[in-house]
Design a protein around this ligand. Structure first.
Ligand SMILES: [Zn+2]
Length: 235
């Protein structure tokens, strides 16, 4: 009898280990997925949409001294306002361009100081310093810029949630991605956006990408044709 119990115990031990392993991997995968999926609003609440009948174009990773002025020219031509999330370390040297973004009626927010790909692994203190410094750079040029922030790569976690709260910022998400940092074929990108964008969407684009410029004009024309407004306002 004892031998039988020992034998069953030995047989069950590796299974139990396996269960623990599966459980641990499952938990890690779940939190990893939640960390990358900002729209899930798991670690922090982000403003998810603009008003009904409106489409908000948002541009991350600028200012770019070459591309941003061209984006601004297209927006101005169509009397459209958008939202620009600036990387703090790019502010210095682009002060006049940032003032132009503001003067032409667009909203501005910050997008961290460093935009480091490893930011999701930092502790609360380092994360808070980077986010605070990024926003301070923006406020140096536009003191009335407000408190909008977008997490780089859409990565969120408890440290990032803590830092955003500590800095008094409001996180802004998106509902449609242009994938313009990955897709390099403007025609496909434009078709995909035409198919997916609808009223109240916030569209994520990058004013650092030359091919984004080539689709911006036809995208705006198409959305206006559908009687959608394109204004820098949040819900
Ligand atoms: Zn970014």
């Amino acid at each position: 009898m004892i031998a039988l119990v020992v034998a069953v115990g030995i047989l069950l031990t590796p299974i139990s280990d396996l269960y623990v392993l599966v459980l641990v991997v499952g938990v890690l995968v779940f939190f990893g997925a939640m960390s990358l999926w900002m729209g899930a609003q798991f670690f922090l609440n982000s403003i998810p949409r603009t008003s009904a009948g409106n489409v908000l174009l948002s541009f991350d990773d600028g200012p770019d001294p070459v591309n941003t002025p061209l984006v601004l020219d297209i927006l101005k031509k169509h009397n459209v306002t958008a939202l620009f999330f600036l990387i703090g370390k790019k502010v210095k040297g682009n002060e006049a361009l940032i003032s132009r973004i503001h003067e032409e009626g667009h909203l501005l927010g910050s997008h961290s100081f460093s935009h480091a790909p490893t930011m999701g692994f930092w502790n609360r203190e380092r994360t808070t310093t980077d986010i605070a410094e990024g926003h301070a750079e923006l406020l140096k040029i536009i003191p009335q810029a407000g408190n909008l922030y977008r997490p780089p790569f859409g990565v969120t976690n408890p440290a990032i949630a803590y830092a955003i709260k500590k800095c008094g910022l409001r996180s802004v998400g998106w509902t449609v991605r242009s994938f313009d940092t990955i897709r390099k074929e403007p025609a496909k990108m434009l078709n995909s956006l035409k198919r997916s964008v609808k009223g109240s969407d916030i569209v994520l684009m990058h004013d650092t990408q030359p091919h984004t410029l080539s689709i911006l004009d036809p995208l705006i024309v198409e959305l206006k044709k559908r009687k959608l407004t394109l204004k820098a306002e949040l819900n």
